[in-house]
Design a protein around this ligand. Structure first.
Ligand code: ADP
Ligand code: MG
Length: 254
């Protein structure tokens, strides 16, 4: 049984300007503990897909299965990390992270212990009383991830999580975020337009076409022992090969 299954998803937006076909017959799956990336041209329907999976919008047709059961609407087992960190500037790191649980009336002694442990493990405990504006872009992304993890989801959806960062920080932060996700044993589905980022983090890459997005190619990624972190994988001989394969897929203007 797959952890997450996307089955025959179609999505058409209707507005005054007419109909926009965003996603067409999309099918793929994500297994437990996998890190899967979706790459595709800008505007092809990647964010739309994540919004459908987490229940923010309803697809025109098709189903999403989690642990073999069809899900409709918001599901607590699915966590979402957006492109922008959406941290509240007037709240401390600590209060930002607790907010989701408080709103859901799920803030317990147990969750407090979990949050403290997360802050400790990922180098943010001493910054817990700081405000987001006092942190670097990378630290803010780690806070945003911990805020999502505080709700204890099993599947994490990440929408271009590093695209607001400069190149240097992006390499470092993608390494850190990858390590956190692996250590916490989460299943991840990430959208990115950065081919290298996808190859260096993923066990599988889904290449989407131009809008309306259909699945152009599904590619399993594996590296020899030793190439364990995203940064190290960028040095692997196979990295170029994967890069060229995906580059060609995206370059065919479909
Ligand atoms: P991506 O994340 O791949 O860049 P999106 O999923 O954001 O793409 O958008 C896919 C297409 O759907 C785009 O053409 C966009 O303009 C359109 N779209 C997105 N949201 C809406 C909406 N709420 N109403 C109408 N069209 C939308
Ligand atoms: Mg998007």
């Amino acid at each position: 049984m797959h952890k997450l299954e996307i089955k025959d998803i179609n999505m058409n937006y209707h507005s005054l300007k007419g109909e926009t076909e965003a996603i067409k017959n999309l099918c793929f799956y994500v297994d437990e503990g996998d890190f899967v990336s979706i790459v595709g041209p800008s505007g092809c329907g990647k964010s739309t897909l994540l919004n459908i999976i987490c229940g923010l919008i309803k697809p025109s047709s098709g189903e999403i299965y989690l642990d073999g059961e069809e899900i409709k609407g918001i599901n607590p087992k699915i966590g979402y990390m957006f492109q922008k960190d959406h941290l509240f500037e007037w709240l401390t790191v600590w209060d930002n992270i607790r907010l989701g649980l408080k709103i859901k009336h799920q803030y317990t002694k147990e969750s407090e212990v979990r949050i403290k442990a997360l802050l400790n493990s990922y180098g943010l405990y001493q910054f817990r009383l700081h405000h987001p504006s006092e942190l670097s872009g990378g630290m803010r992304q780690r806070v945003a991830l911990i805020r999502t993890l505080a709700l204890n989801p099993e599947v994490l959806l990440l929408d271009e999580p590093f695209s607001a960062l400069d190149y240097q920080s992006r390499l470092k932060v993608s390494d850190e975020i990858y390590e956190i996700i692996k250590k916490e044993g989460k299943t991840a589905l990430m959208v990115t337009h950065d081919i290298s980022e996808a190859i260096s983090t993923s066990s599988k890459i889904i290449v989407m076409s131009k809008r309306p997005a259909y699945l152009k190619r599904e590619l399993d990624i594996s590296f020899d022992n030793g190439f364990t972190s995203p940064l190290k994988r960028r040095e692997a001989p196979d990295f170029r090969v994967y890069f060229n394969t995906i580059w060609k897929e995206l370059d065919t203007n479909e």
